[in-house]
Design a protein around this ligand. Structure first.
Ligand SMILES: *[C@@H]1O[C@H](CO)[C@@H](O)[C@H](O)[C@H]1NC(C)=O
Ligand SMILES: *[C@@H]1O[C@H](CO)[C@@H](O)[C@H](O)[C@H]1NC(C)=O
Ligand SMILES: *[C@@H]1O[C@H](CO)[C@@H](O)[C@H](O)[C@H]1NC(C)=O
Ligand SMILES: *[C@@H]1O[C@H](CO)[C@@H](O)[C@H](O)[C@H]1NC(C)=O
Ligand SMILES: *[C@@H]1O[C@H](CO)[C@@H](O)[C@H](O)[C@H]1NC(C)=O
Length: 292
């Protein structure tokens, strides 16, 4: 059975390379919308506050807002009061040491600033192996130039969580599913950004488990945020996800901007961005090379 049919847009399917640059459409869509709105004599600003929005229910809504970028609705990049580096928590970026507990500890610690100005965790240049960790609210994960987060090759570091309610089962295997490498549930105001640092899921092991039919539970995504709002993912490179790369689900106000997403052709069922059951999702200037 094929569960991989997507209700989303052109960069799923068999597209090998999708250059996503919605902005070039805007003058055209703008005119259509303006014409439509004028013909109904409705004022524009109050109806659609967002210029271009993708959601699972409507592919493209367009307003007459003259902002040049749909990222506007997220506002400015929020400043965080507490800014700390993963090295302050004992992280080792040698490409070998597991930093799973370090990331979890760091975010547990930084969570306390959620109500008092928010927090930012910097990941400096280096190769930081880690299993899954959860983000928190009012939080920025910042990958400096040359920072590479590497997904652990130990499946136990990607624990099993409940399937999504709207699926009722794991997508590839019955029952639970592996959690995503970077995960969040019930969060607000989360930013994942940096100076083009990389999150590399090292998905090859997972693809092999799928091919040789020994995969026990559905593979994890690279980044999944559930039941969350006000999310910005920008200026990074994501590659080699075990499964989908960015999966906002039951979320609203999600901006994915200036991303490079690489999934080799030989990676089965990997994909770029799937904003499942989410609303107000804006994807802008992303370069996606997808292996589905
Ligand atoms: C996030 O920050 C806002 C504004 O400071 C605050 O009202 C809210 O309680 C914070 N949320 C969490 C979960 O810390
Ligand atoms: C991360 O969140 C998920 C559910 O959202 C939970 O099942 C899991 O235990 C959390 N992991 C950690 C390390 O706290
Ligand atoms: C970010 O890094 C990726 C991979 O190294 C590269 O392809 C891309 O061009 C870079 N993006 C920018 C804006 O420099
Ligand atoms: C299936 O692939 C995994 C990951 O590469 C490997 O560890 C395992 O030995 C393989 N199992 C079989 C039966 O080929
Ligand atoms: C992304 O990087 C560009 C160029 O360095 C910078 O102007 C922009 O503010 C960054 N955006 C975010 C969301 O970090």
């Amino acid at each position: 059975m094929d569960f991989d049919e997507k209700q989303s847009f052109g960069f799923g399917g068999n597209a090998m390379i999708a250059r996503v640059s919605r902005f070039s459409w805007s003058p055209f869509l703008f005119l259509i919308t303006l014409t439509a709105l004028l013909s109904f004599q409705i004022t524009t600003n109050t109806i659609y506050p967002i210029k271009i929005v993708f959601s699972s229910t409507s592919k493209t809504d367009v307003s007459s807002d003259t902002r040049t970028s749909c990222v506007g609705f997220f506002g400015e990049l929020p400043e965080r009061k507490a800014v700390m580096s993963i090295t302050e928590f004992g992280g080792v970026g040698d490409g070998k040491t597991s930093n799973t507990e370090t990331f979890r500890k760091a975010i547990r610690y930084l969570k306390r600033f959620g109500e008092s100005g928010g927090a930012q965790l910097n990941v400096p240049k280096g190769r930081w192996v880690t299993g899954s960790f959860n983000l928190t609210s009012n939080f920025t994960l910042f990958l400096e130039e040359g920072a590479v987060i590497l997904g652990s090759q130990d499946p136990k570091e990607w624990p099993i969580i409940e399937p999504l309610p709207s699926y009722g089962r794991g997508r590839e295997r019955l029952g639970g599913r592996h959690i995503s490498l970077v995960h969040g549930d019930g969060l607000t105001n989360v930013v994942i950004t940096g100076n083009n640092g990389t999150i590399d899921g090292q998905g090859k092991m997972w693809w092999e488990l799928w091919w040789n039919r020994t995969l026990e539970h559905t593979r994890g995504h690279l980044v999944e945020l559930m039941n969350s709002n006000n999310i910005l993912i920008a200026n990074l490179t994501f590659c080699n996800s075990p499964f989908w790369t960015i999966h906002p689900v039951y979320c609203s106000n999600v901006v994915v901007k200036d991303m490079t997403i690489l999934a080799p052709l030989k990676a089965p069922n990997t994909d770029g961005i799937d904003p499942d059951s989410s609303t107000n999702v804006c994807i802008e200037d992303c370069y996606i090379e997808s292996g589905r």
